[in-house]
Ligand binder design. Structure first.
Ligand code: NDP
Ligand code: CA
Length: 324
């Protein structure tokens, strides 16, 4: 029997003063590596997770329950290997538009009885946004194509009339691949610069850079080069989950926590980046405590993935020319 879903609080950082106007409601963003079914059952070796807890016919409802509990306006997923048969139709019936991009050589395909390749998926709520443009990117490193991808969509907010660019990615995993991740990050940042700078500002002066939200499993701790690249890029990005910390400068202690035959791995790999000059973070979903996660770590009967979902409410800052 599955126990009740562990409760997670929405935290309002004291540094931010959320000013909610009817004409500028916040945008709820969720980032989640949901654990590809083929990898979880066939490759990962989560030795402390009972196989029955990974059964797709039950696990899919835990994933959907978590998504539907928070009803994000934008949903960014990695390791999706049940897009066409599960997430696309269900999310469509709930009013979402979805886009999926498979990895060119998904490791899921090595698993017997796989359900197809895994990839990234990006959903937005159709009542909130209309689609302006989509880019499906295969990330390069030193000019060479890699096995990692990103989806970038430019959206128009139906409430505020403003543009928002959203990206989802899943960078190369494992130790020893730090330089590849860094190069993939550089490639993604360059694509994002190109996409957000030709974003159709109404006037010359507002040849504005489109505000950006980048969600991903970067497979990189905050100490890695690719993290530094994102936090110091000319795009002016900040990592939302730093705002959970008391000093506003520290990432959570973990976004994934698992036990494989090789040992226990507890690390911060997942991020929601946002343009800090144009957007502000109103609140974030707290990270479960070690006690809530439990001694067998993730995934488990409580938590359907080895990665935790990240969720925050983001709103547009007032534009200067709109104040004048
Ligand atoms: P990655 O190294 O990026 O990892 C793929 C997945 O494995 C990720 O989802 C990752 O999860 C998970 N993972 C990470 N660490 C471990 C671990 N210790 N044990 C089990 N799973 C782990 O893979 P690539 O995209 O580089 O693809 C590698 C695979 O792709 C190869 O296994 C090969 O089968 C296939 N391939 C085939 C090619 C061909 O020509 N046929 C060419 C290239 C690749 P997370 O992100 O959550 O850590
Ligand atoms: Ca994984």
């Amino acid at each position: 029997k599955r126990p009740a879903r562990p409760h997670r609080d929405l935290v309002y950082p004291s540094t931010t003063a959320p000013c909610h106007h009817n004409d500028n409601p916040s945008i709820r963003v969720m980032q989640w590596n949901i654990l590809a079914q083929a990898l979880g059952e066939g490759k990962d070796g989560f030795v402390r997770c009972p196989l029955e807890a990974l059964n797709w016919q039950e696990r899919k409802y835990l994933i959907l329950e978590e998504i539907l509990t928070y009803r994000p306006d934008i949903l960014c997923l990695q390791e999706v290997d049940h897009y066409y048969d599960t997430f696309q139709p269900i999310m469509a019936s709930l009013g979402y538009h979805g886009s999926f991009l498979a990895k060119p050589w998904s490791p899921c395909l090595d698993v017997e009885q796989n359900n197809g390749p895994d990839g990234c998926a990006l959903f937005y709520r159709h009542s909130r946004f209309s689609l302006q443009a989509t880019a499906h990117l295969r990330l390069s490193a030193m000019m060479l194509p890699t096995n990692q991808v990103a989806i970038v969509q430019t959206l128009n907010c139906r409430v505020t009339g403003r543009q928002l660019c959203v990206a989802v990615t899943h960078l190369k995993a494992r130790n020893g691949w730090e330089r590849l991740r860094s190069a993939q990050g550089a490639d993604l940042l360059q694509s994002l610069r190109n996409i957000t700078s030709r974003g159709g500002g109404q006037s010359e002066a507002a040849s504005a850079i489109v505000p950006l939200v980048v969600c991903g499993d970067f497979n990189a701790e905050p100490s890695e080069d690719v993290y530094r690249r994102f936090s110091s890029s000319p795009l002016g990005l900040n990592s939302a989950y730093k705002l959970l910390s008391s000093d506003g400068q520290t990432e959570p202690a973990y976004t994934t926590w698992k036990i494989r035959p090789s040992g226990e791995s507890c690390s911060t790999l997942d991020y929601i980046w946002y343009t800090h000059d144009a957007l502000s973070v109103d609140c974030l979903l707290d990270i479960p405590t070690e006690e809530q996660i439990g001694p067998d770590r993730l995934p488990s009967y409580h938590y359907p993935s080895d990665h935790l979902s990240l969720l925050c409410d983001i709103s547009f800052r007032e534009e200067l020319h709109r104040l004048m």
